[in-house]
Design a protein around this ligand. Structure first.
Ligand code: HEM
Ligand code: NAG
Ligand code: NAG
Length: 319
């Protein structure tokens, strides 16, 4: 990457961080919460994520999606990481959470973190840092992640009802994201997270029935062949599924969106202009994405003494 491009990306970080400091209604996070208590926290995350992506670039998608699922259910409190127990079925074992990936990467980070500065860095912050680093390493924007989140103690499969289904239309998605204080631009930009990764046939096979008008014929036949192998066969969201870029939006323009909830963003008059803008102006997509991530990363945070700093990201602390 050229030095000039790096500089531009760095300037965006500074801008976003500066804008955040004065933003109203932002919870009590800071840009340097661990500055004294665990100064290498972000470096540890970056190095483990870097190593993991070197081995398996598809994990970038997994780490980004973990952060989304965490924040939309019970706020960004690492509830998505808790394992089920004898008496409780956790979020990760709900149907909606099927196919979440990257748990081992978070475990590895936490292990090193506990050796360096025990009991200091929350699992919720680790997910937020890891998602940011994954996006950047896949070619996306870099942004400062405000930190100081606390981990929750509740994780219930039933709560995953808060996650959007892949069959929702744009109006419903606008409403759903709106209930979290995310506007239509945030929603469309964040859907751009689908520039990374894959979905299982179970999530998109509805596109093959009755959506012919908004589904490119050659994609239809290739998805049909995929689904002939069953619900657990996968297809990429766009042609460059390990690269964070604007291709996802250009695919929507060609009616090559994978999920109904992707294609609807182009079909609906409420969101089509945003799709067209992001498709032609990648810098604007990146800017809107990082703004959306900043907001999403601060949903329903545990305040003050609520929550805890988990010792293991998979289990709540016992006292
Ligand atoms: C707009 C509403 C959204 C819906 C309906 C939705 C739905 C889905 C579905 C059904 C899958 C595939 C699951 C599977 O079949 O395995 C998926 C994957 C994914 N989602 Fe979303 N999602 C939404 C928003 C987001 C957001 C906001 C992000 C992050 C910013 C995100 C990031 C991802 C990623 C990266 C994957 C690929 C995961 C992998 O390859 O392991 N999604 N999403
Ligand atoms: C979107 O879906 C909702 C809920 O299913 C439905 O009530 C609404 O009419 C749909 N909107 C459009 C524009 O199709
Ligand atoms: C029901 C279901 O498929 N749950 C899965 C959720 O994700 C974890 C981690 O990948 C799987 O182990 C579960 O089987």
């Amino acid at each position: 990457m050229s030095a000039a491009k790096n500089l531009v990306r760095l300037l965006i970080v500074v801008q976003v961080a500066a804008g955040l400091a004065g933003a109203p209604g932002v919870a009590a996070l800071s840009m340097d919460y661990y500055g004294m208590s665990c100064p290498f926290a972000e470096m540890i995350v970056r190095s483990v994520v870097g190593e993991a992506l070197m081995k398996d670039p598809t994990l970038a998608a997994g780490l980004l999606r973990l952060h989304f699922h965490d924040c939309f259910v019970q706020g960004c409190d690492a509830s998505v990481l808790l394992d089920s127990t004898a008496g409780n079925t956790a979020e990760k074992d709900a149907l909606a959470n099927k196919s979440l990936r990257g748990y081992e990467v978070i475990d590895r980070i936490k292990q090193i973190m506990e050796a360096q500065c025990p009991g200091i860095v929350s699992c919720a912050d680790i997910i937020a840092f890891a998602a940011r680093d994954a996006v950047f390493m896949a070619g996306g924007p870099y942004y400062g992640v405000p930190n100081g989140r606390r981990d929750g103690t509740r994780s219930s499969a039933a709560d995953t009802i808060a996650l959007p289904a892949p069959t929702l239309n744009a109006s419903t998605l606008i409403q759903m994201f709106g209930s979290h204080g995310l506007n239509a631009r945030d929603m469309v930009a964040l859907s751009g997270g689908h520039t990374l990764g894959v979905a299982h046939c179970a999530s998109f096979k509805n596109r093959l029935q009755g959506e012919a008008a908004t589904l490119d014929a050659s994609l239809a036949s290739s998805l049909g062949a995929t689904c002939a192998n069953g619900d657990s066969a996968t297809a990429p969201f766009d042609r460059t599924s390990n690269a964070f870029d604007g291709v996802y939006f250009r695919e929507l323009q060609s009616r090559r969106g994978l999920l109904s909830s992707d294609q609807t963003l182009f079909e609906s008059p409420e969101t089509r202009a945003l799709v067209n803008m992001f498709a032609t102006n990648q810098a604007y997509f990146f800017f809107a994405f990082q703004q959306g991530m900043l907001k999403m990363g601060q949903l329903d945070l545990k305040e003050g003494t609520q929550g805890e700093i988990r010792k293991s990201c998979r289990v709540v602390n016992s006292y």
